[in-house]
Design a protein around this ligand. Structure first.
Ligand code: DX5
Ligand code: ZN
Length: 226
């Protein structure tokens, strides 16, 4: 199953409620909420209060992506705000296993992300211990929407999918940054099954057509190994 997670970062901020409803009706599965602190990344977005105020307007699964320093300090706020999945950055913590366990203890799906310069194998022990529900492989340097996908990052998606599959571990692999219908097939054939897209979906006149063509590309380019 392919999950489409449009990123709110590219929404129309003066019409957030109607914009979120528009992409829900267009067939999205998740709502990707990019939290940036101006420290871990050179940009500031929004915080837990905004997430909480959107919670009653949609049934979409809230996929919170924390691009922040000291995520452990703020995670309780995002749990209270109604997050379903919380992803923090491997680069931002000293003890990822502890935080992954904490998320699951609070009935939150546990996600961990690696930026383009971080190798895939740092996650292997955590995957092997089955502490992760979702790996987010950044396909751009985090901080801004509207960038171009870095193709080499997809090698990491493939390595992670192979590693998990060889051990019979069912893992969601999310890709984020520069994704559009034309390159979704590269992502899914590498093993990704959660697709984030900001500009491509929120920026579209007909988001349902974009989501449909993304699903079609995913169907035509499944992960496959002999
Ligand atoms: C980048 C964010 C992305 C971003 C994607 O730091 O994590 O989620 O919003 O935007 P597009 O799809 O426009 O590249
Ligand atoms: Zn993101």
């Amino acid at each position: 199953m392919i999950y489409i997670s449009p990123s709110l970062l590219a929404a129309d901020y003066k019409n957030l409620e109607s914009d979120v409803k528009r992409i829900e009706e267009a067939g999205a599965n998740y709502l990707h909420l990019d939290i940036m602190d101006g420290h871990f990344v050179p940009n500031i977005s929004f915080g837990a209060d905004l997430v909480a105020s959107l919670r009653p307007v949609t049934k979409l699964i809230f996929d919170v992506h924390l691009m922040i320093t000291d995520p452990e300090k703020y995670i309780p706020d995002f749990i209270k705000a109604g997050a379903d999945i919380i992803t923090f950055h491997y680069e931002a913590v000293d003890d990822p296993a502890k935080l992954l366990k904490y998320l699951r203890e609070h009935e939150i799906r546990a996600g961990i992300s690696i930026s383009p310069d971080t190798p895939a194998d740092v996650l292997f022990p955590l995957i092997e211990e089955e502490l992760i529900d979702m790996v987010l492989v950044m396909t751009v340097h985090p901080g801004f929407g509207g960038q171009k996908l870095i193709p080499d990052t997809l090698d990491k998606v493939r390595a992670i999918r192979r590693f998990a599959k060889a051990r019979g571990i069912d893992l969601q692999i999310e890709v984020d940054g520069g994704i559009k219908p034309e390159n979704v097939g590269y992502c899914t054939s590498a093993g990704a099954n959660v697709i984030v897209a900001g500009t491509a979906i929120f920026g579209a006149k007909k988001p349902n057509a974009v989501i449909k063509s993304m699903r079609e590309a995913a169907r035509n380019h499944p992960f496959y190994e002999i």
